[in-house]
Design a protein around this ligand. Structure first.
Ligand SMILES: CC[C@@H](C(=O)O)C(=O)SCCNC(=O)CCNC(=O)[C@H](O)C(C)(C)COP(=O)(O)OP(=O)(O)OC[C@H]1O[C@@H](n2cnc3c(N)ncnc32)[C@H](O)[C@@H]1OP(=O)(O)O
Ligand code: CO
Length: 149
């Protein structure tokens, strides 16, 4: 498997509205995507662009707020009530190859491969197997993606 671009850093927050104010007023961010609910993942999502200032493609902050008490980030926010960095997400060319790679390394994969917030397949790896970081692996968007939900 070949590691690709850092696609986003997931930041858990009790309030997307408050976090948007922080990224705008403190961090100087100027590009915010419209927040949306991703019921299947139990979170409300808002992307903040962190573009390359030399015109290159940058990465994103993915603000995630729990949709309810069963959200996968609810327990994390109980431990970090003000919010905190939650996961890192890297792109790969082929999600199935990547899944096999991590399985062969004996890493714990958290649940099935599913469709993430960018509309491409994703899966998660347990933070205890990944140097303390909850790691999301995401297939790079392709024009002729064969995957369907
Ligand atoms: C927006 C959609 C999508 C996208 O397209 O980008 C997303 O990003 S969705 C993001 C939310 N979804 C997920 O996180 C799914 C995967 N997560 C899980 O399966 C679980 O949350 C978990 C990682 C297995 C944690 O399980 P949980 O039961 O909630 O917590 P525990 O407290 O039992 O955790 C066990 C252990 O791991 C430590 N931990 C938990 N979360 C993290 C974290 N984010 N980063 C680092 N470490 C984490 C936790 O502290 C426990 O450690 P000990 O206390 O030492 O036992
Ligand atoms: Co994510």
């Amino acid at each position: 498997m070949k590691l690709g671009r850092l696609n986003h850093i997931g930041v858990a927050t009790p309030s997307i509205e408050e976090s948007v104010r922080y990224y705008r007023d403190v961090m100087g961010a100027t590009s915010f995507h419209k927040p949306f609910d991703l019921e299947a993942q139990g979170v409300k999502v808002c992307f903040v662009d962190t573009p390359g200032l030399d015109g290159t493609k940058g990465t994103q902050i993915e603000l995630i707020e729990p949709l309810g008490p069963d959200s996968p980030i609810a327990k994390f926010l109980e431990k970090n009530p003000a919010g905190a960095q939650h996961h890192v997400c890297y792109e790969v060319e082929d999600i199935e190859d990547a899944r096999k790679w991590f399985e062969e390394l004996g890493k714990r994969i958290l649940g099935p491969t599913r469709i993430g917030a960018h509309g491409t397949p994703i899966f998660f790896l347990h933070p205890k197997d990944m140097m303390g970081q909850l790691t999301e692996i995401m297939e790079t968007p392709k024009e002729n993606a064969h995957w369907s939900n």
